[in-house]
Design a protein around this ligand. Structure first.
Ligand code: FEO
Length: 400
């Protein structure tokens, strides 16, 4: 008996992916619960493999395939996404399988050859193209920049099953293959964390894609993503959540993000926190010596305010603050108000630098930065409290 078996997920589709229980870092994103790299086998007249897995997991993929068919019976391979967690063993699989054809989007065909020396030409597909598998049909939609230029959805028409590559996925290693077998709270958290860390910069494209899918009247019974469990029930839960997350309508939640050297900036942060709360905001305080940047990204998804603080270290902001703000800036969160504060010894650039970063992030600045030389006095703490109060008042106006 094989160690790794395929899991039937619909009439003709089997999950043949890999479970990565140990991964804790995914290009800057903390994957606390591991991940899966999903690949799917369609047992149609032309047996088709949708995506592959991260390179070290190639044997797991092959063994799951072997549990249902001889890998050499695969006629077609479709690569929905070039990123190496899905294509890392494509070359090896092509050599093992000798498929008739390998397909990818127009951009995917180009990108795959920029990553690998492949033993076979890639056939490019564009939106609207269909591929007959004999008794089944795949239809394709290019989803450029969701989240790479090559990204593509494949739709198995007869089973109303959407292979959505990274879309609607999450980093969650589990023995369960379906979302309805898992804790809804965990699903919502992990799906939101994935959205915040991977898809947030492309929120406008997601809204447009959801509108397009709705207008097309496309029936979807199953969404099979490339990470985490498969959606076969209550699909509106994840589709509606994507719409909400993409919209980033601000709530009355404020995040206070800071780091500290000798607790001066920390004291300021706590005074800001009290001001925010007194002003009616819900407050989440995140010290960057105890928080991961990707957990901050999760929190920003429904926040309305971002207040940031840092000591001045050698004329600059603290490195942990530079890290998290560089990351957040790249994710392009929208609809935030905010302000900055910081302590210093003699030069005092941090608060102003933080303010500049907030401006670059298009955060509406509500108050002038508050600065404290060395340890904050009661007067400085009162200014911090007032800063929090002012941010909360503006947030209340914005949220309505
Ligand atoms: Fe899961 Fe964009 O790769």
């Amino acid at each position: 008996m094989a160690t790794f078996n395929a899991v039937k997920i619909s009439e003709s589709v089997y999950w043949v992916g890999a479970i990565d229980w140990t991964i804790r870092e995914f290009h800057g994103y903390a994957t606390h619960r591991g991940s899966t790299y999903n690949a799917y086998l369609i047992l149609a007249d032309k047996i088709t493999l949708i995506d592959t897995v991260k390179a070290p997991f190639v044997e797991e993929l092959l063994e799951r395939i072997r549990s249902v068919i001889n890998p050499e019976d695969i006629a077609y391979i479709v690569s929905n996404h070039t990123e190496m967690d899905h294509s890392g063993c494509l070359s090896e699989i092509i050599r093992a399988v000798h498929p008739e054809k390998v397909f990818a989007s127009v951009m995917g065909a180009k990108a795959l050859t920029q990553h690998f020396t492949l033993p076979q030409e890639i056939v490019p597909l564009k939106t609207g193209d269909e591929l007959s598998l004999g008794n089944k049909t795949l239809a394709f939609t290019e989803t450029r920049m969701l989240h790479w230029p090559d990204s593509m959805f494949s739709y198995l028409k007869e089973e109303r099953l959407l292979f959505s590559q990274d879309g609607f996925g999450m980093h969650l290693a589990s023995e369960e293959r379906f979302t309805d077998e898992l804790d809804p709270g965990v699903l919502k958290y992990e799906a939101a964390t994935y959205f915040a860390n991977i898809l947030l910069p492309y929120a406008n494209l997601i809204t447009a894609l959801l509108d397009k899918v709705k207008a097309s009247g496309l029936d979807i019974d199953v969404i099979a993503p490339d990470h985490g469990p498969i959606w076969r029930k209550n699909l509106s839960d994840i589709l509606d959540s994507y719409r909400v997350w993409a919209e980033q309508k601000p709530t009355n939640k404020a995040i206070v993000l800071y780091d500290t050297m000798w607790h001066s900036t920390e004291r300021m942060a706590r005074a800001v926190e009290e001001g925010l709360r007194e002003g009616g905001a819900r407050v989440k305080v995140m010290a960057m010596n105890a928080s991961h940047r990707s957990d901050v990204a999760y929190e920003i998804l429904d926040a309305g305010a971002l207040v940031v603080g840092s000591p001045t270290l050698n004329n600059n902001i603290f490195p942990t603050m530079a890290d998290v703000l560089t990351y957040l800036k790249g994710l392009r969160p929208k609809n935030l108000v905010g302000a900055a504060f910081g302590s210093y010894g003699w030069s005092g650039e941090s608060a102003g630098q933080l303010n500049d970063i907030l401006r670059e992030m298009k955060v509406e600045i509500v108050a002038e930065p508050v600065k404290s030389q060395y340890v904050p006095t009661q007067g400085v703490l009162a200014q911090c409290h007032a800063l929090g109060l002012n941010v909360a008042r503006r947030l209340k106006e914005v949220v309505g």
